[in-house]
Design a protein around this ligand. Structure first.
Ligand code: FES
Length: 251
């Protein structure tokens, strides 16, 4: 008696470049237990043939660590922004649909250009400034209470999911998004990084700044690393207002 092999059906939105209209290709992949979406894409790369038997090209997507650390594999999986490497096929409803994040310029297929996040991080100077590369000795002491508040914020993987799900992050605003605001708090709380605190707060006081958050709170629900984003936005909002008042009286 013939046995039918169990398969996984996956429909993928494809676009070879930003100028060409998008199309959908569907694949049927032999089932294996414990696959994630990244391994599904790997199977297609090994045998790029659609469910109608047409030979096609491998799907372009970003991926690196395969353990939800590098933040590169964010995409829309069954319509939800999440990481491909931690999305288990056994837990997904079929047919699985894959599409690129919708709020970033397309590069190819599931790969998008998320450099806006890095421009935003640059605008708020999300780093600890150091004077050269020579040995500066031990840094300033950091109290455990501060470490406890900073540690969750340091888990940001720059995946941009918080920006993708935010109604305020769109073509008509310059809103920086929750990740940048959270990193502002992280570096403002650093005993050495706080030297740039005023500059960071001023950068978030203008167009696209923290006041443009509409408190939809989608970011905190979608963040794969469960960052305390709402708390960070509230704290930075308060600090921005205090900085504005200080600047007013310093004029
Ligand atoms: S591959 Fe690094 S987070 Fe998914």
């Amino acid at each position: 008696m013939a046995t039918t092999q169990k398969t996984i059906k996956v429909s993928i939105k494809r676009q070879p470049n930003p100028q060409t209209p998008a199309r959908t290709e569907t694949f049927e992949i032999p089932y294996r237990p414990n696959m994630n979406v990244t391994s599904l894409l790997g199977e297609i790369a090994a045998n790029p043939v659609t469910n109608t038997g047409d030979t096609t090209t491998a799907i372009a997507y970003d991926s690196n660590c395969l353990e939800e650390i590098c933040g590169s594999c964010a995409m829309l999986i069954n319509g939800k922004a999440r990481m491909a490497c931690s999305a288990l096929v056994d837990k997904l409803e079929q047919p699985i649909t894959l599409a690129p994040l919708s709020k970033f310029p397309i590069v190819r297929d599931l790969s998008v250009d998320r450099s806006v996040l890095f421009q935003n991080l640059k605008a708020v100077k999300a780093w600890v400034p150091i004077d050269g590369s020579y040995d500066l000795g031990p840094g300033p002491r950091q109290f455990p209470q501060i470490q406890e508040q900073r540690y969750p914020l340091s888990n940001c993987i720059s995946c941009t999911i918080c920006m993708e799900v935010c109604p305020q992050f769109n073509d008509s605003t310059n809103f920086v998004g929750a990740a940048t605001i959270a990193q502002t708090k992280l570096f403002n709380m650093d005993p050495a990084g706080s030297v740039l605190k005023e500059e960071r707060l001023r950068a978030l006081a203008g167009d696209g700044g923290v006041q443009e958050c509409g408190m939809a709170q989608n970011c905190v629900a979608a963040c794969p690393k469960q960052l305390p984003l709402i708390e960070a936005i509230s704290d930075v909002s308060r600090d921005v207002v205090i900085q504005q008042v200080k600047d007013l009286f310093a004029m």
